[in-house]
Design a protein around this ligand. Structure first.
Ligand code: CAA
Length: 249
């Protein structure tokens, strides 16, 4: 590792959790690159708002479910910015509905964006991390990948699959200075959660959280900062829960 600032790629960095991850890492001196969904109209405004707050992020349109696009955009990022030292697989979607109503399209969309994406983004970056002898992969899963959730057969399957990937890749690169971990946030106060019908949130979800509130994006970002650090070199293949006590395994 040279003295260059470490570079982090955060997928889906413009969402509730992603923004917090990007800003916290930037505050610590990382060069931050983020991706956003090609269909999103948010990028220009978001980048301008971040600039006003003093953050100069690099941003690329990328469908993380598209294998070829991930290969070419990540190669471009490494040319334009720097090799990626830390990869945070944060992009994710929900298509919540009972299994009875779920179509193959709803299943495929969630599996592709939330799980195939992990292959797609790791593939172009992990070899470089191994060659340089240092790297961090942090996969943002979910409490619902650990315990299941009503209306989330697709999402829970993808998020549980993520951790199987984490454990296997962690074994393969453990001696090369590269760690691979999963974090499993519970219900965090972002759009994804506030989109849940209020009565369901109040009657079925909040009562299950012993801490008595939703989590904060910055609490999750703090855990990611730790896993990205040199001090976390002995943590690999882990699945770290951050869920207000909702699920203890
Ligand atoms: N547990 C138990 N029962 C539930 C339930 C739950 N979590 N959610 C709904 N039900 C029950 C309802 O009370 C209702 O029961 P009755 O018929 O006896 O009244 C029945 O299931 C049908 O419920 P809905 O009318 O809500 O059914 P729907 O088809 O309109 O909606 C749903 C189903 C889309 C799954 C909706 O209930 C919902 O959005 N639930 C929340 C799902 C959820 O937790 N998503 C997490 C999003 S956040 C996230 O994913 C981030 C993360 O990583 C944690």
């Amino acid at each position: 590792m040279s003295n260059r600032k470490r570079t982090v790629l955060v997928t889906g960095g413009m969402g509730g959790l992603g923004e917090s991850i990007c800003t916290k890492l930037a505050d610590l001196g990382y060069t931050v690159v983020t991706t956003y969904s090609p269909g999103s109209s948010k990028a220009v405004g978001w980048l301008a708002e971040m600039k006003e707050r003093g953050y100069h992020f690099h941003a690329y349109a990328l469908d993380v479910g598209d294998t070829d696009a991930c290969a070419s955009v990540i190669s471009q990022i490494e040319k334009d910015v720097a090799p990626i030292d830390v990869l945070v697989n944060n992009a994710g979607i929900t298509r919540d509905m009972t299994f009875k109503k779920m179509t193959k399209v709803d299943w495929d969309a969630v599996l592709n964006t939330n799980l195939n994406s992990v292959y797609n983004t790791c593939k172009p970056v992990v070899d470089g991390m191994v060659e340089r002898g240092w790297g961090r992969v942090i996969n943002v899963s979910s409490v619902n990948g650990q315990k299941g959730a009503f209306g989330q057969t697709n999402y829970a399957a993808a998020k549980a699959g993520m951790h199987g990937f984490t454990k296997s890749l962690a074994l393969e690169v453990a001696r090369k200075g590269v760690t691979v971990n999963t974090i499993s946030p519970g219900y965090i106060g972002t759009k994804m959660v506030t989109a849940i019908p209020q009565d369901i949130l109040d009657s079925k979800i909040l009562p299950q959280i012993p801490v008595g509130r939703l989590g904060k994006p910055e609490e999750v970002a703090g855990l990611i900062v730790y896993l990205a650090s040199d001090e976390a070199a002995f943590v690999t293949g882990a699945n770290i829960a951050i869920n207000g006590g909702q699920h203890m395994s």
